[in-house]
Design a protein around this ligand. Structure first.
Ligand SMILES: *Cc1c(COP(=O)(O)O)cnc(C)c1O
Length: 349
């Protein structure tokens, strides 16, 4: 594929302390930008990472026509670079975009463009367990026109940020009883920027009560558990793993579906079904509830230490052989090319 390429004069990589990275604050030397105009995606460009200017009337600022993805690249001990299930991110970006009336990005612009970008910024991908390059592809409506209708011009952009594994500290969550992140027939299944904005305020209220995240419940009854903050959610009751089924309120997480597959591979019972607040509280009360954890690309797996519903607070036991650490290790081993990849999830750059 043809990509216009303009390289930076001098890399800023020497100014970066890779042992003290703040997640999502530092970006690599280059970015990929592709414009949609006159009804077609134009030739993409790789150019120096830098501010871009837009008309104040750009529709993204007014109507939130914006979708994004989150993925990672990993480097093994031989300096080979791998992506994890990138085809899934590509498909999901366009599924999200379709819901927001945006034109689909061609596969070669996304996949070949990303591979080329990673080759150019290869030095930014550090090897060693826990180090990775976080990749943020996104589409925004750039057309300067404030009529409330879909834009006719867009930008597809990929930026990359070096990341380290991080320990978020103990995570305790509140099960939502008032606010919702998504509604039936809404955009919850899309990685739409506005879904995140809508979570900030309720989450800040949870912070004030000493909780780090909210477990979102179904919008109509608040009786079923759906997502943990910006992650999918799993419960271990006895030795059984339970997670909510995908629907139009739940994001179809790639980490989530990989965990379901790994559980099946390891003969762990998985139930994909609605999970009620009542059954989890009951399981906590009778000692059957062993674990709750969130899953997502950024943190992979985030164990949850405790939760609150109504005025009832619960603490989870500390386990030696947790499913959370089992699945995290299995996923990381696949991602860093340290174990067999039976499902063809790894893609070498
Ligand atoms: C991105 C995201 C996830 C996790 O998806 P992964 O593909 O596993 O990274 C879960 N829930 C929400 C709301 C998300 O935006």
């Amino acid at each position: 594929m043809n990509i216009n390429t303009q390289l930076i004069q001098q890399s800023k990589i020497d100014t970066v302390d890779f042992n003290n990275l703040n997640f999502g604050r530092v970006f690599t030397d280059h970015m990929l930008v592709c414009d949609f105009k006159d009804g077609a995606w134009q030739t993409p460009s790789i150019m120096p990472y830098a501010p871009i200017s837009f008309e104040p009337s750009a529709r993204v600022f007014h109507y939130g026509q914006a979708v994004f993805e989150g993925m990672k690249a990993f480097k093994d001990d031989n300096d080979d670079v791998f992506l994890f299930r990138p085809d899934e991110n590509f498909k999901r970006l366009n599924k999200s975009g379709e819901r927001l009336a945006m034109p689909p990005v061609p596969e070669n612009v996304f996949i070949d463009g990303l591979k080329q970008l990673l080759k150019i910024d290869n030095d930014w991908i550090k090897k060693g367990f826990g180090n990775s390059l976080y990749i943020r592809p996104f589409i925004i409506a750039t057309e300067g026109a404030i009529a409330a209708s879909p834009a006719e011009e867009y930008k597809f952009i990929i930026i990359c940020s070096p990341a380290q594994s991080y320990y978020a500290g103990d995570v305790r969550v509140i099960m939502a009883e008032k606010y919702s992140r998504a509604a039936d027939g809404g955009v919850g299944y899309a990685k739409a920027a506005g879904n995140y904005a809508a979570q900030f305020y309720p989450t800040s209220l949870a912070h004030k009560e000493g909780y780090q995240q909210i477990i979102w419940t179904d919008a109509s009854t608040h009786e079923y558990l759906e997502e943990a903050g910006t992650m999918n959610i799993f419960f271990r009751v006895g030795d059984k793993l339970i997670t909510a089924p995908n629907n139009d309120r739940i994001l179809d997480g790639i980490t989530r579906k990989s965990i379901i597959q790994l559980a099946e591979d390891n003969n762990i019972d998985v139930e994909v079904r609605r999970v009620s607040v009542a059954e989890i509280k009951e399981a906590a009360n009778n000692g059957e509830l062993k674990e709750i954890f969130g899953s997502g690309t950024a943190a992979v797996i985030n164990p949850i230490k405790g939760f609150k519903h109504n005025s009832d607070a619960f603490e989870l036991p500390v386990l030696k052989n947790s499913y959370a650490s089992l699945f995290k290790e299995k996923l990381l081993n696949i991602q860093y090319n340290k174990s067999n990849d039976n499902h063809g999830w790894r893609v070498k750059i």
